[in-house]
Design a protein around this ligand. Structure first.
Ligand SMILES: *[C@@H]1O[C@H](CO)[C@@H](O)[C@H](O)[C@H]1NC(C)=O
Ligand SMILES: *[C@@H]1O[C@H](CO)[C@@H](O)[C@H](O)[C@H]1NC(C)=O
Ligand SMILES: *[C@@H]1O[C@H](CO)[C@@H](O)[C@H](O)[C@H]1NC(C)=O
Length: 428
């Protein structure tokens, strides 16, 4: 007898019907998302904060201060170096773009020395490159760095951003004196953006500022925001990446199911291509941000990035997992013996699986995954094709449900796999 493998689209009708019903059910169960048609898959782009912070010193550091020149250079590189082609689309300004005061009509204004052309001209330039422009403001009386906050000016600021042609707003939560002001402010700004009639992705930090007081109502947040920060700012260190992953897995019961097309949990920027992470740690960030369906907002210097980091950030197979149209966030399946296994359901009955070696000592460690334990027992039932995507791509071939997959993982590193469903047909 010959065993023959059948490709996915030849599955019997009832399997496809079942899959369809599951999808419909998922749509109903996932809470209603902000209805602006945006962020159907996690936002991809570049955000200045982690790498460039609040550098105002253009005199001595013209190449790294927060200025229109920085954003124009990044825009050019996003196009010429292939970033836009793989999906990085939003070029985002963070704090410290403003002048210290509003203008005579109370509108926010860019610092005239650092942004001589103003934000509207910068937006035009960014749009001429086929990219979108993101900007930053704050729900309270001041931004975190002390620039004018939007409290009392939500409608005016939303309209100003729309008039300038802004495509994304990151709305921070510093200098806000009460939970009521915070929650009402985030909601009000969402409605104010909608009233401008311009499509503007709304990136919130609402739950991050709420957690110290009480558990956020994510059903509510999802109705107002396209993505929301839950936890501390990322920094360029392994400790920071680990803390974010630990927080995420410890709260996964509360946050995983709320993510879906139109609304995502945001574990903060990708710091790949900077100084603090080893190669294996950069692989871990890329793999796990894909599993978590996280916005992929790089904060690095595209003018000087290693070919290795660039290839990792531009890895199409990994980006495809992050951007999978099913839009379900992955989760930590188990943690044992200094190893974590994460998995994420994908469209067409595929799954992504990431195995992390948490040890920070020794060499590569072996780990064996029992295939039946993956994806509630259905990820590879009755069989699947497995491809290792990270740290290097390898076609591993066909695996049966009852088999196991042996792998080796470097300290602090991650191995990322993609499992494609296949059925076995027995022929005489
Ligand atoms: C504003 O909200 C309405 C209803 O929720 C929606 O249909 C419309 O597309 C939104 N407009 C924008 C610009 O986001
Ligand atoms: C902003 O400052 C005013 C005046 O001090 C105060 O009444 C108001 O509550 C503050 N708003 C926020 C959101 O902190
Ligand atoms: C959360 O918000 C939703 C939508 O506003 C509301 O229906 C629900 O009752 C809230 N849940 C809790 C526990 O307050």
């Amino acid at each position: 007898r010959v065993m023959k493998l059948r490709s996915r689209d030849q599955r019997p009708g009832w399997v496809l019907m079942f899959h369809f019903l599951v999808l419909v059910l998922c749509e109903i169960l996932v809470a209603r998302a902000l209805d602006n048609g945006l962020a159907r898959t996690p936002t991809m782009g570049w955000l200045h904060w982690e790498r460039f912070l609040c550098n105002l010193n253009c005199k001595e550091e013209p190449d790294s201060c927060i200025s229109e020149q920085l954003f124009m250079q990044m825009a050019e590189l996003m196009v010429s170096d292939g970033w836009k082609d793989v999906g990085y689309e939003y070029l985002c300004i963070d704090d410290c773009w403003m002048a210290p005061q509003r203008d005579s009509e109370n509108r926010l204004q860019a610092d005239p020395q650092r942004f001589p052309g103003g934000i509207r001209r910068l937006a035009n330039y960014v749009h001429s490159k086929g990219l979108k422009l993101g900007i930053y403001a704050d729900v309270g009386n001041k931004t975190c760095a002390g620039f004018p906050g939007s409290f009392g000016h939500y409608d005016l600021d939303a309209q100003t951003f729309a008039d300038w042609g802004v495509d994304l707003l990151k709305f921070d939560g510093c200098y806000c004196d009460s939970i009521n002001h915070l929650e009402n402010g985030y909601k009000y700004m969402s409605l104010a953006l909608n009233r401008t009639g311009r499509s503007i992705v709304y990136s919130c930090e609402w739950p991050l500022y709420l957690w110290p007081f009480h558990k956020p109502n994510y059903t509510d947040i999802r109705q107002y925001c396209n993505h929301w920060r839950n936890f501390d700012d990322v920094s360029d260190s392994w400790q920071s990446i680990n803390d974010i992953l630990d927080w995420t897995s410890s709260r996964q019961e509360e946050i995983v199911d709320v993510a879906g097309p139109g609304g995502w949990n945001d574990p903060d920027m990708l710091v790949i291509g900077n100084f603090g992470l080893s190669w294996d740690q950069q692989v871990t960030q890329m793999a796990l941000w894909a599993i978590m369906a996280a916005p992929l907002l790089m904060s690095n210097d595209l003018r000087q990035i290693s070919p290795q980091a660039k290839a990792l950030l531009q890895n199409k197979d990994v980006i495809a997992i992050n951007q999978d149209p099913l839009g379900k966030q992955g989760y930590c399946l188990r943690k044992e013996d200094n190893t974590e296994v994460w998995e994420r359901p994908l469209s067409n009955l595929a799954w992504a699986v990431a195995v992390r070696n948490l040890q920070e000592i020794g060499g590569p460690r072996s780990y064996t995954i029992t295939i039946v334990s993956l994806g509630h027992g259905v990820a590879c039932n009755p069989g699947c094709f497995i491809t290792q995507l990270l740290p290097v791509k390898k076609e591993l071939g066909f695996y049966e449900w009852t088999s196991s997959l042996k792998t080796q993982i470097n300290p602090t590193g991650t191995v990322l796999f993609r499992l494609e469903a296949a059925t076995i047909v027995q022929k005489n």
